[in-house]
Design a protein around this ligand. Structure first.
Ligand code: MN
Length: 281
């Protein structure tokens, strides 16, 4: 079985206006687990009626911001003309590519009633060849995400191939992304392609792996020393399994731009200031 390389606790990151996320990646010890460059965990949090959350329009270039919504509703608008609302269980997979501007927040009906919001935002890097590709938006409803049952455990396959099933998200590099739901006392073995980086983030409960206990909101990063990740659940738990072929290229990042070098970052900022990412209508 795979051995543990690092266990990373989340750090609180302020979003302003009293909102914050817990973030294990990046941090002062680990700048990325390629191809995954950022993970923010929001909630589960009760949002009172009349106090909607809203992230105003902002740009992205050079990577894929992915929203995995476990609970609640999020409305999205972008400069490609896409708009839509996702609900608990759905995934929004955006390819920022050469540049997109988007805003996210609670839809009007949800803002009126309030409710629980629980989500992960995951940034997936793009290889050099795809950083300036045409922006794309994949709206993935939960009905399209296969649920794989292994005894009492459910694995929801968002991207990649596992056992004999394939997840709906289209990716630029080989990725395996799954949302797991496991009962206390249950064990699970997951084969991962040997060259993939692999990690698990515990969104709820507590897991055990390779003799370590992994509490809620901790991320465990594995060595590439074996094929199988083996976990057991200490409590009823949920987790996100992230695995993928590493992108062996330099990274230069600045805020919402993730490129390969500093000149490309300067260009990304200049293009944004010149209005080249379009506008939200
Ligand atoms: Mn964004």
């Amino acid at each position: 079985m795979k051995t543990v390389r690092k266990i990373i606790a989340s750090q609180r990151k302020s979003l302003g206006e009293g909102q914050s996320v817990m973030s294990p990646l990046p941090n002062q010890w680990v700048d990325q687990i390629s191809p995954f460059i950022m993970l923010d965990h929001f909630g589960p949090k009760d949002i009172p009626a009349g106090k909607p959350f809203f992230v105003p329009p902002h740009p992205h270039r050079g990577f894929e911001p992915v929203t995995i919504l476990f609970e609640g509703k999020v409305e999205h608008k972008d400069s490609l003309g896409n708009s839509g609302s996702i609900k608990g269980g759905d995934v929004q997979w955006m390819t920022a590519g050469s540049g997109v501007i988007h805003s996210e927040g609670a839809p009007i009906d949800f803002a009126k009633t309030g409710g629980t919001v629980h989500l992960i935002q995951l940034w997936v890097n793009l290889p050099k060849r795809a950083k300036m590709s045409t922006p794309k938006y994949q709206d993935i409803p939960s009905e399209k995400i296969p649920s794989i049952k292994i005894e009492n455990t459910t694995l929801r396959l968002i991207a990649g191939t596992f056992v004999d099933q394939t997840g709906p998200a289209e990716t630029f590099t080989p990725i395996l992304l799954m949302h797991g739901i496991i009962k206390a006392g249950d064990k699970l073995s997951m084969p991962i392609p040997q060259n993939y980086h692999s990690s698990i983030f515990v969104t709820k409960g507590e897991l055990s792996t390779d003799g370590y206990e992994i509490p809620e909101q901790h991320l465990v990063w594995y060595n590439e020393d074996n094929q199988n990740i083996e976990i057991s659940a200490i409590h009823d738990s949920e987790f996100l399994l992230m695995a993928g072929e590493p992108i062996e290229e330099p990274i230069a990042s600045y805020g919402p731009f993730v490129m390969n070098n500093k000149a490309e970052i300067i260009e990304a900022i200049q293009d944004y200031e010149a209005g080249k990412y379009g506008t939200i209508v």
